[in-house]
Each structure stands twice: as structure tokens, then as C-alpha cells.
Design a protein. Structure first.
Lengths: 400, 224
């Protein structure tokens, strides 16, 4: 009985405000998607900054663009040079930290439904992966070899993982990046020979270069205080035997931050103009609907409701309708924006890290709060004005 | 109990002349009053004025020593419906709600409130429309709506019932039901004031005021 009544009241309230609810839905959708996109881009950049934990990255000549793409979008590509490069750089003056990685290839593995990227890293010297390892398994086990896995690699069932017929222990799992880095598996360089052999046995095709043992893809360098990037680059030019390219992650983020700010401006402009426009329409719709309802309001008044009470009654109805509308708007936003997050990222050419479940809930609540507040602002005046009309004048029909 | 209008003037914005001009009237318990006069003479305006829903530009309406238009909105609202009830010329109903709900909701009474629902039903019964309580307004005839409208006005047993043309457009029998009921209320020491064109109403009334162009031109006393 009670539920039925509430449902009926809501239905009638929505019916009373069927025009404004449409506007509220659109408005909520705009605000929600705007904040989701903004949020995701910001998280994407923050996340990227975290994983660009090096001052300089040295990559083989001609792979600069690929390396940058890997940093920005997590797209893996293969490029190699000799390990000597790393050894040489290690001896440079002004280098505080240096570590190397090698990306072998992406392939299907027994552990996972999608392909995983096989990467080798140096656990002792690493400073690239460490900052964004989400959870670390402290358990010491000397038997099985330790690996680090990306966010998407499913390790929930057991702490170990089967890869190419061998069991590995998970030393840590990366935080979510929203990119294909989430599908990576990081082995120690010690494992390189073994992994390659096993992968080949499982039918993976390796090129001649990939079969070599002493290859690496990139060298990450952090510079000592008091030294400049140019100091390192100069030494590279003088001493490296192979041709190379340099990538400066921090400049990448700078450029990204700039375009993020521009996108943010765009979002704000759309929200502001769209919002103002919708607010105006909402106010107008409210004026019209309040005028249509002035007889109803007068009826409440002649039966003992004060102006205040009637105003609150109508206002609470409008708040309810706004919340419902905002909910629907956010719902549409969730259906439309969330699944296409990665597409939006590529559209803007920006790293994009969509909100998680709790993030979505927070953004939804925020959007609902904003919409409800704006809805109240847009309706307060029309409500009060109509509630204040002398009941007799409001009650009269034409020709009485 | 006394209701009086003192030197009331009403002028509508777009009108040159006063619609009510210096009207003074007194009513006391047990009185059944008819206000008569040609169309446009100001009957509805006068009734609204007395009901506390249209403030005169000049003059006062006194209810039990209180000048009602000088009361705060909240205080005045406590008089509406509970002490002085007004039934408008047209039937005002919320089309999404049933007749029962239309009677209770404007007083902020929930339809699940058994006590009040019973009360509403018993009044509808006296008006012989109790079977229509769960119908929607659009399913009722004009006369039925008028009765429901009066039923709503007397739900709280107000001391003054002011009804604008409660019998206009109704057949004799229906009009009779309504007038008989209002008569009973007057006998219970209520004040009943109606505006009407209906000469047959006179026989119910103690006093008949005739107004023309916003002025009371005659008061006739009737033996009931
Ligand atoms: N809201 C209003 N604005 C302007 N003029 C009004 C308004 N209400 C009433 N009037 C005018 O005031 C005059 C009196 O109107 P009122 O409704 O009181 O007459 P009445 O005696 O009740 O008429 P009827 O018998 O037709 O119901 C009319 O000339 C009418 O046009
Ligand atoms: Mg009238």
C-alpha cells in the first residue's frame, strides 16, 4: 500500500514536471559526462606522469615516435639495440639512476584470455615499475621465479600464474593505467632465455633479433642534481656506438598538460553556455508550469496552507523530480561515456583513465547535487511568485 | 461568532471603477445569507473578500475581533478551511487524484488516514455521492463535482461557509440537496453565505443582500 502510494506520487510529480525533467536529464548528462571526461583525462595524465619516472629515455634510432606512443597510450612496439648501450650509459657522469627494459612481443598465454605483453626488466636497478606497483606480494619463495603483472592480468584465483607451461610467483601487480600496459607481464632479465625458449616451444614466432640474448629496448635515466639533460645527451653522442633517439618524458607531460587545459576549457565553455541556456529554459518552463498550476496552488492555500508551506511543497516536488532527472541523465552518461572511454582518449590523443566504480558513484552524486541545486535556483522565484498570488485571483477562471 | 466587512473597497488593476465600493456587512452565528445581484455586480469579489482570499484596497474584514488581512500569512492560513471555508464558483480539482484524495490532500491529510477518510466518506454520503469517492474528477458530472467541492470545504467543520453560486446550473433536486445541507449547517450555528441568481434560494435565507455596481443597495429580511 505504502509503496504503491509513493510510486504513484512520484509518477504524478514527474507528470507535473514532464518538460522540466527532460531539461534536467540533458543537463545532468552534460555535467556528468563533462566531469567524467575531465576526471579521466586528469587521471590519465597523473597516471602517466607516475609511469614516466625518468628524465631521459634512450631508444634505438627511429623509434622515438613509437616510444612516445608507448608512454602516452601504452601501445607496445618492438625495437631493440645492444645491451652495451646500457652498460656504457651506466658509467656516464651525472647519472643517478639507470635501468633498462626489453619488450619482446605480445602473445597469447595460458594464463589469460587476451594477449599479454612480455617485458623484461631489471629488478635490482628498476625505478620505473616500482612507483606504480599496486600490491606487492611479500611472500618469499625461492623455488618459483617472481614476476610483476599488469592490472588486467588475472591473478585473483591463486598467487601463482602459469605462463608457457611454467609456474611463476607474482611479486606485484601494477595499478590500473587504462592502457594496454595493463596487459603486461614483467620478467626479470634472468628469465629471458628461458621465457623465449618456452614461448617458442608453445608456438610463438620470434625474429632473429629477438632470439639474441643481449638485446634491450630502452634505457631509462635519472639525472643527478647539478647535471643537465644536455650533459647526458652529449655523453651519449660521444660514447654510444649505436645510433639512438632520446625521449624526454617530462616534456611530453608538459605538452599533454597544455592540451588537457585546453580541453578542460572547451568542456567548461560547453558546460557554461549549455548550462546557462538550459537554466534559462528551465526557468521559463517553471514559470509556465507554475502558472498552469496556480489554481492547484490556490486550492492548497484556501484549505489552510501558508505561502511558505505551499512553496516548500512544490519545491520538494521539484527537488524530487530533479533528483530523478539527474539520476536518469547520469545513467545515460554511464551508458554512453564509460564504454567509449578509450575511444574518447584516442579522439583527444590523450591518456585516458576512466573512473572506477566508486569514482562513478562520486561523480554521479556530485552531478545530482549540482543539478538539484541549479534546479532549485531556477524554480525558487517562479514558485514563490505564484504561491504569493492572492488565492482568489489565482482561482478565477476566465468568464467567471 | 461574528464576521464583518467594514468599508471595503476593491479595485481591479485594469478597471476604471471600484468593483466594491464602501461595502459594510455583519454576519453572526446561525445566519444563512444570500448575496444577489446582476452579473458583474461584484458578488464573487465580495465573497472572496470576506473569505480572506482577496485583500480589499481599503477597509477591513473582521473575524472574531481579528482583522484578518492584518494577520501574518501563517495566522491567516490557519483560518482558511478550518474556520472560514470558501467554495469557488468553478470546481477546482486535481485531475490526477481521486475525489477522496481531492478532499483530503489540500488539507495535507494523507489518504491512508482512516479517520479522516471516514469523515470524508460520511460527508459524501450526505451529499449522496459516496460511491464516487474513488473516481477521478473527470468521471463526475458538474453537479457531482459541485457537491464534492462543498464536501471538501466543510471537512474541517468550519464556522463560516462561503459558497459562490453553489447551485448554478444544477437541477432542482441536486440544488435542493446542497441547500438543505447548508441550511442544516446554519441551524448548527454556522454562518452560511452564498452568492446566487436563484430566486428559489431566498426561502432558505434569513437575509438577502442585493448589490449593484459594487454597492449594497438593499437588505431584506426573510422568515425561514
Ligand atoms: N481579476 C479581475 N481582474 C479584473 N477585473 C475583474 C477581475 N475579477 C472580476 N473583475 C471584474 O469585477 C466585476 C465584478 O466581478 P464579479 O466576478 O465579482 O461579479 P459577479 O457579481 O460575481 O458576477 P457573476 O454573477 O457573473 O458571477 C466584473 O466587472 C469583472 O469584470
Ligand atoms: Mg460571480
Amino acid at each position: 500500500m505504502f509503496k504503491q502510494n509513493v510510486f504513484r506520487k512520484v509518477k504524478i510529480d514527474v507528470l507535473h514536471n514532464k518538460f522540466s525533467i527532460v531539461i534536467v536529464v540533458i543537463f545532468a548528462f552534460l555535467i556528468f559526462s563533462g566531469s567524467v571526461i575531465n576526471n579521466s583525462l586528469r587521471n590519465g595524465i597523473n597516471n602517466m606522469e607516475k609511469r614516466l619516472g625518468a628524465d631521459i629515455i634512450i631508444v634505438p634510432a627511429g623509434s622515438k615516435e613509437n616510444a612516445e606512443n608507448m608512454l602516452l597510450e601504452g601501445q607496445r612496439s618492438t625495437f631493440y639495440f645492444d645491451r652495451k648501450v646500457f652498460d656504457t650509459i651506466s658509467k656516464f657522469e651525472g647519472v643517478s639512476e639507470v635501468t633498462e627494459q626489453c619488450f619482446l612481443k605480445s602473445m597469447s598465454a595460458d594464463c589469460c584470455s587476451s594477449e599479454v605483453s612480455i617485458v623484461f626488466y631489471d629488478p635490482d636497478k628498476d625505478f620505473i615499475l616500482a612507483p606504480w606497483i599496486g600490491n606487492i606480494n611479500q611472500k618469499k619463495d625461492t623455488e618459483s621465479k617472481k614476476i610483476i603483472v599488469g592490472y588486467n592480468v588475472d591473478v585473483s584465483k591463486e598467487l601463482g600464474i602459469m605462463l608457457f607451461g611454467k609456474k611463476y610467483e607474482i611479486a606485484g601487480q601494477m595499478a590500473k593505467t587504462g592502457t594496454s600496459l595493463d596487459d603486461s607481464v614483467y620478467f626479470s632479465f634472468d628469465e629471458m632465455k628461458d621465457v623465449c625458449k618456452r614461448a617458442e616451444e608453445k608456438g610463438a614466432f620470434l625474429t632473429d633479433i629477438q632470439k639474441k640474448e643481449n638485446i634491450i629496448s630502452s634505457v631509462y635515466i635519472n639525472i643527478k642534481d647539478g647535471y643537465k639533460v644536455t650533459d647526458i645527451v652529449r655523453q651519449c653522442h660521444n660514447e654510444l656506438e649505436e645510433d639512438f633517439d632520446t625521449v624526454f618524458p617530462k616534456e611530453l607531460t608538459k605538452a599533454l598538460s597544455k592540451s588537457y587545459i585546453n580541453i578542460l576549457k572547451l568542456i567548461n565553455i560547453i558546460l557554461f553556455t549549455g548550462g546557462t541556456f538550459l537554466m534559462l529554459i528551465l526557468a521559463l518552463v517553471n514559470i509556465i508550469s507554475m502558472n498552469q498550476r496556480k489554481r492547484e496552488i490556490a486550492l492548497y492555500r484556501i484549505n489552510g496552507n501558508s505561502v511558505r508551506r505551499v512553496s516548500f511543497r512544490i519545491l520538494s516536488e521539484i527537488i524530487l523530480v530533479n533528483i530523478i532527472g539527474a539520476f536518469v541523465g547520469c545513467g545515460i552518461g554511464i551508458l554512453v561515456i564509460i564504454p567509449f572511454g578509450n575511444y574518447i582518449g584516442t579522439l583527444f590523443d590523450m591518456p585516458y583513465l576512466g573512473p572506477d566504480f566508486i569514482g562513478i558513484i562520486i561523480l554521479t552524486i556530485k552531478a545530482i547535487a549540482i543539478i538539484t541545486l541549479l534546479g532549485v535556483v531556477a524554480s525558487c522565484n517562479p514558485i514563490y511568485k505564484v504561491c504569493k498570488i492572492e488565492p482568489y485571483l489565482a482561482l478565477r477562471k476566465e468568464g467567471e | 461568532m461574528k464576521l464583518s466587512v467594514q468599508n471595503a473597497f476593491v479595485k481591479y488593476k485594469n478597471k476604471k471603477n471600484n468593483t466594491l465600493e464602501d461595502v459594510s456587512l455583519d454576519f453572526s452565528s446561525g445566519e444563512f445569507v444570500a448575496v444577489m445581484g446582476p452579473s458583474g455586480s461584484g458578488k464573487s469579489t465580495l465573497l472572496a473578500c470576506m473569505s480572506g482570499i482577496l485583500k480589499p484596497h481599503h477597509g477591513k474584514v473582521i473575524w472574531n475581533d481579528k482583522s484578518i488581512y492584518e494577520l501574518k500569512d501563517k495566522e491567516l492560513s490557519q483560518i482558511h478551511g478550518k474556520e472560514i471555508s470558501y467554495v469557488s464558483q468553478s470546481n477546482i480539482f486535481l485531475k490526477e487524484y481521486t475525489i477522496n484524495e481531492n478532499i483530503l490532500l489540500p488539507y495535507n491529510i494523507d489518504i491512508r488516514n482512516k479517520e479522516w477518510l471516514e469523515k470524508a466518506k460520511s460527508i459524501l454520503e450526505k451529499f449522496r455521492i459516496n460511491q464516487l469517492g474513488n473516481n477521478y474528477p473527470e468521471q463526475l458530472s458538474g453537479g457531482e463535482l459541485k457537491r464534492a467541492s462543498i464536501a471538501r470545504a466543510i471537512l474541517m467543520s468550519p464556522k463560516v461557509i462561503i459558497a459562490d453560486e453553489p447551485t448554478t446550473g444544477l437541477d432542482k433536486e441536486t440544488a435542493g440537496i446542497i441547500l438543505d445541507y447548508l441550511d442544516k449547517l446554519a441551524q448548527k450555528e454556522k454562518i452560511v453565505i452564498i452568492a446566487t441568481h436563484d430566486e428559489n434560494v431566498k426561502k432558505y435565507c434569513n437575509n438577502v443582500y442585493n448589490i449593484e455596481k459594487g454597492k449594497v443597495i438593499r437588505k431584506t429580511y426573510h422568515e425561514r
